[in-house]
Design a protein around this ligand. Structure first.
Ligand SMILES: *Cc1c(COP(=O)(O)O)cnc(C)c1O
Length: 374
C-alpha cells in the first residue's frame, strides 16, 4: 500500500543532504507516539533491534532467563538468545493462540528476569494478569507488538502495559517503512538511554555538534537507527493507518461471518469485550480430516490468486536450532504445535475489500466440500 505521497516523500529526502539523524525520524517518533498515545517513542531499524536494545539495557546475560510464548516469530526468542540468556518457552492457550498465562508461574525461578509476551495475530494478551505476575516476582515485561499495531485493552494501546512495547514496519505488517521498528515506553530514562544505545552510545549526534568531532561515547551501543528515507515513508503511512485498520476490521468481520458456518473449521478468538484486535489475519483452524489436506487447500487458494500464510510453521522451540540446543521434544508444546500444524492465516489487509472476502469464503467452501466428498 505505497501511494504517491510515500514516493514523493522519499524523493524529497533524496533532494536534500540529510539522510540520517534528520528531522523526519523525530517527526515520525512524535506522530507515532501520538497515534498510540505513548509518552515516548524511539524509531529503530526493526522490531528485533528494539527488543535486543532493551535486553542490552537490562544487561541480560548468561545464566539468566526470559519467559516467552512458544508460538511466535523466532525474533522474540533470538533477541534473548543472542544475549547469552535462555529463552524459556510456554505453550499457547487454545482460544486465542496467546501465551497460556496459567503455565507461566511454574517457569519462574531466581534466574528469571522478564516475561516477553506476543499479541498473537493482534489479539491482545491479558496484560492485567501478566503485570500482576511480573509485580509479584519483580520481573520486567516486554511486549512484542509486531502484529498488534491498533490492538487495545480498555482503550489503552498494546505496548503501554509492560516496560517496553516493540513494533515492526516490515512490509507484511499493519504499515511499513520497508524495514523499520519503533519502541514505546512510559519511562523517560529508558527512552533516553535506548535513544543513545541505538546510535553507538554517542552522547551527541551530528546535528547537535557545533564543530566536527565534538562528541563522547558514554555507553556501549550498536547502529540500530532508522534513516530519513524510512521515516519519510512511515510518516505518510501513519496518515493512512486509521483507514488501514478500519478496512482490516471490516474485511475480518465479513470473512468471519461467511466462514463461521463451514463444517470442519474453528476460529481463534478475536476482539471480545474490552480486548480489541488489530485484525492482522483471520486464522482458520482445520479439523483433523481437513488438516490432512492443508497443503492442497493452500495450493488451491494460491492458484486462484489468494495468498495465505502460516503463523508459524512450528513453535520456535521445535525449530532445529532451539530443539537441538535445549533438547525439546515434539510433544512439549501440544497447543502451539496444534495451531502450527492445523491453521491457515487468511488475508484481511487493506489492499482487499469485503467483496474479495466473499470470493475467498466461496473458494474455501468449494474446496472443503470437494474434500469432504472424497
Ligand atoms: C515480524 C515480527 C517480528 C520481527 O520484526 P522485524 O521488524 O522484522 O524485526 C517480531 N515478532 C513478531 C511477532 C513478528 O511478527
Amino acid at each position: 500500500m505505497i501511494g504517491e505521497a510515500e514516493k514523493q516523500a522519499v524523493l524529497d529526502v533524496l533532494e536534500h543532504p540529510i539522510l540520517v539523524h534528520g528531522p523526519r525520524a523525530s517527526q515520525f517518533e512524535k506522530s507515532f507516539a501520538q497515534f498510540v498515545n505513548a509518552p515516548y517513542a524511539v524509531a529503530v531499524s526493526s522490531c528485533t533491534a528494539a527488543m535486543h536494545l532493551y535486553y542490552l539495557y537490562l544487561e541480560l546475560q548468561k545464566g539468566e532467563e526470559v519467559i516467552l510464548p512458544a508460538q511466535t516469530h523466532t525474533a522474540t526468542a533470538h533477541a534473548i538468545e543472542v544475549c547469552g540468556a535462555k529463552p524459556v518457552f510456554v505453550d499457547s492457550e487454545i482460544n486465542t493462540g496467546n501465551i497460556d498465562i496459567d503455565k507461566i508461574e511454574a517457569k519462574i525461578n531466581e534466574k528469571t528476569r522478564a516475561i516477553a509476551v506476543v499479541h498473537y495475530l493482534g489479539m491482545p494478551v491479558d496484560m492485567t494478569s501478566i503485570c500482576h505476575l511480573a509485580q509479584k516476582y519483580n520481573l520486567k515485561v516486554v511486549e512484542d507488538c509486531a502484529l498488534s499495531l491498533g490492538s487495545t485493552l480498555d482503550d489503552q494501546h498494546t505496548g503501554l502495559f509492560g516496560d517496553i512495547g516493540c513494533f515492526s514496519f516490515y512490509p507484511v505488517k499493519h504499515m511499513t517503512t520497508a524495514e523499520g521498528g519503533m519502541l514505546i515506553t512510559k519511562n523517560p530514562e529508558l527512552a533516553q538511554s535506548l535513544g543513545l544505545k541505538k546510535a553507538f552510545g554517542v552522547d551527541r549526534h551530528m546535528g547537535n555538534r557545533k564543530i566536527p568531532g565534538q562528541y563522547d561515547v558514554i555507553m556501549a551501543g550498536l547502529n540500530y537507527r532508522m534513516n530519513e528515507i524510512q521515516a519519510a515513508i512511515g510518516i505518510e503511512q501513519l496518515k493512512h493507518l486509521d483507514d488501514f485498520l478500519k478496512k482490516r476490521e471490516e474485511n475480518y468481520t465479513t470473512l468471519y461471518r461467511a466462514l463461521k458456518g463451514l463444517k470442519g473449521l474453528s476460529f481463534l478468538q478475536s476482539s471480545h469485550q474490552h480486548f480489541k484486535s488489530s485484525y492482522y489475519a483471520l486464522a482458520i483452524v482445520l479439523n483433523s480430516h481437513l488438516q490432512l489436506h492443508r497443503h492442497a487447500i493452500i495450493q488451491r487458494l494460491k492458484s486462484r490468486g489468494i495468498g495465505t500464510s502460516i503463523y508459524y510453521p512450528n513453535p520456535v522451540p521445535l525449530m532445529t536450532y532451539y530443539k537441538d540446543k535445549y533438547n525439546y521434544k515434539e510433544d512439549d508444546f501440544p497447543i502451539a504445535t496444534h495451531l502450527s500444524h492445523h491453521s491457515i492465516a487468511l488475508p484481511v489487509g487493506p489492499h482487499l475489500n469485503p467483496q474479495d472476502m466473499l470470493v475467498i469464503a466461496k473458494e474455501l467452501e468449494a474446496i472443503i466440500e470437494e474434500i469432504s466428498n472424497g
